[in-house]
Write a protein of this length. Structure first.
Length: 387
């Protein structure tokens, strides 16, 4: 792959009419629907647990965008590219309402404080109440690629040009905006913002992670997760393309062609790092951090120093989701619609189940009681239980 990068860069520069087109084309060629290397064949194993689909429904196709469901109390909210937004009962999957946003969507869903939030390719943030009533629209600088989030009366959303906006949750009026200089070439991704304890955590191109105050947008600290390396622009891509994860006093982040780091969330000090590259991200719970390597291996690391507990290499080139810890297991989805359950102790396979055959979106939800909620690129919503 490394030997092909200079040639790939020449082809990209020749075929793209703008920087935006170039960023999109780089992302699609590296992480598009067709894998550069064929996915590893799945190996049969004796399943020690039983995975079963509790309920499933279809919300609509995602097109080229990334969507993920959101939960607020006993309600599930999901959206699709054609503008469909649904509310479902978390236990039964029964549809409680279905509306049209009135335009195409590119991101969603964020839910909380009686709001349902989505974004559009034209840079509109749309807010509905949890009964499906339209409340407000707010225009930001460019397309919305990640789900808007809400906390403390402020809606925080990232634009495609890497600006971060704080909008009033009542009327959508702009309260603040954060912007920074980004590298000439970066990956187009759906990396959003994590909100916790009055702060937002967000990763950027060039491997930078920042903590920002939700109420006024002031930066609390900045940490370097990765340093660009190499001679060509593509080789020097070291972008945080996934959502940071907060667990206790730590925030964890990982960069593509970079490192995974444990950062003290109070000070921004990097406490440890490992040379592991990831595009779709990580999960953390208790004493362990779980990372899906960009090549397809899954790692379990010690939260305190990054030491490896285990590595599962049976899913290479399968475009894994961010790992989701659920009790004694870790769940990961792949590009063929499979959901894999690994033992938290040693990474061995304990169960597997197939959904609709299309890629599982990067962010899945833990519904409790060893149940995972996932959305596929074809628009399937599946609640999968492990017993």
């Amino acid at each position: 792959m490394t030997r092909l990068i200079p040639y790939l860069l020449i082809l990209l520069l020749a075929g793209c009419s703008s920087l935006t087109d170039l960023k999109t084309d780089v992302s699609e060629r590296l992480f598009g629907a067709e894998p550069t290397d064929p996915p590893m064949d799945l190996v049969d194993f004796k399943q020690s647990e039983t995975a079963r689909i509790l309920w499933n429904t279809k919300v609509g196709d995602a097109d080229i965008y990334d969507f993920s469901p959101a939960q607020d109390k006993n309600a599930i909210f999901a959206a699709s590219a054609d503008g469909t937004i649904v509310r479902l009962d978390a236990v039964s999957g029964k549809q409680e309402w279905k509306i049209s946003a009135g335009e195409r969507l590119s991101a969603g869903v964020g839910a909380g404080e009686n709001l349902v939030l989505v974004g559009t390719p034209k840079g509109m943030v749309l807010a509905f109440d949890q009964n499906g009533k339209a409340l407000w629209k707010s225009k930001i600088s460019s397309e919305v690629l990640s789900a808007p989030k809400v906390s403390g009366g402020v809606v925080v959303v990232r634009s495609g040009d890497s600006r971060i906006y704080g909008l009033d949750a009542i009327d959508g009026k702009r309260k603040w905006v954060y912007e920074r200089v980004t590298p000439t070439l970066s990956l187009r991704s759906a990396a959003g913002v994590t909100l916790d304890g009055g702060a937002g955590y967000v990763g950027f191109s060039g491997g930078k992670l920042i903590s920002i105050k939700i109420d006024d947008g002031k930066v609390l600290w900045e940490a370097s997760i990765a340093q660009p390396k190499g001679t060509t622009e593509i080789e020097r891509i070291a972008d945080i393309t996934s959502i940071p994860v907060v667990d206790g006093r730590m925030v964890y982040a990982v960069a593509y062609q970079g490192r995974v780091c444990g950062v003290d969330r109070a000070t921004g000090r990097v406490l440890w790092n490992r040379e592991i590259s990831s595009y779709n991200g990580l999960g953390a719970e208790g004493s362990r951090v779980y990372v899906a390597h960009s090549g397809g291996a899954v790692y379990a690391l010690d939260y305190n120093g990054g030491k490896s507990f285990w590595r599962q290499g049976g899913l290479l080139n399968r475009r894994l989701t961010a790992p989701l810890p659920i009790g004694s297991f870790v769940a990961v989805g792949d590009l063929e619609g499979y959901l894999h359950f690994l033992s938290r102790d040693d990474g061995s396979f304990v169960a597997r189940i197939k959904t609709d055959g299309s890629p599982v979106m990067a962010q899945m939800l833990d519904l409790g009681n060893s149940t995972v909620l996932l959305q596929t690129r074809s628009g399937g919503l599946y609640a999968v239980s492990l017993k």
